[in-house]
Structures are given as structure tokens and as C-alpha cells.
Write a protein of this length. Structure first.
Ligand SMILES: [Zn+2]
Length: 110
């Protein structure tokens, strides 16, 4: 049986493991924290994009919080925004504009 404190620690650990990480600048990669890479930067262990090594990342508590932010933004931009964000998951592009171009090119392949 876990004590109240142990249970709280466990829950906190769980929620930490649920974090979603995305590029704050340099690239637009986003994914579950377990898919992030680790690099040494200024002697510290930093999370990084697994493709380009970008360490300028933001994290969200969990996927629910991430999608809430995406959906809020989706309501102010194009109707395909959420599908676009789903599509770029795990992909690395230097900017949203470049990612958008790749997304649109992909739609026009057929
Ligand atoms: Zn990247």
C-alpha cells in the first residue's frame, strides 16, 4: 500500500512522463517526451529534437494540455490546422512555413 505522499510522487512522476515537447524556435518538431533526444549543452543534459539537435524546446504537461493549446490556435487559423499539427508530429522542419509547404505539397502529390 502506498502512503499518500508516495502516491502523490507516483502521480507526479506519471504526469512528468506524459509531457509533450515541441520546438520553441529553430524547428517545429513535437512529440512525446520519450521520443526526444538528449544532448550535452554547457555541461548540462538537455532535451533535444532527435532530428536536428535543437535544444530550444517547450514542454506541455500532457497530450491533453497540448491539444487544448492547438485547438485554441486552430480556431483562429485555417480549418486544417489540427490535421496539419497531427501530420507534423515527429517530423522536423525549420519553420511552420516550411512545414506548411511540405504538408500542402503532400496533398497535391496525387
Ligand atoms: Zn528539429
Amino acid at each position: 500500500m502506498l502512503t499518500k505522499q508516495e502516491r502523490r510522487n507516483f502521480v507526479e512522476k506519471e504526469s512528468e512522463d506524459s509531457r509533450i515537447v515541441c520546438g520553441a524556435s529553430n524547428c517545429v518538431w513535437w512529440d512525446h517526451i520519450s521520443n526526444a533526444s538528449r544532448v550535452k549543452s554547457l555541461g548540462r543534459d538537455m532535451m533535444s529534437c532527435p532530428h536536428c539537435g535543437n535544444v530550444s524546446l517547450m514542454s506541455f504537461k500532457n497530450e491533453k494540455e497540448w491539444w487544448a493549446v492547438v485547438d485554441k490556435r486552430a480556431s483562429t487559423v485555417t480549418e486544417d490546422y489540427r490535421a496539419f499539427i497531427e501530420w507534423i508530429r515527429g517530423k522536423c522542419y525549420p519553420s511552420i512555413a516550411v512545414a506548411k509547404k511540405a504538408w500542402e505539397d503532400r496533398l497535391h502529390v496525387n
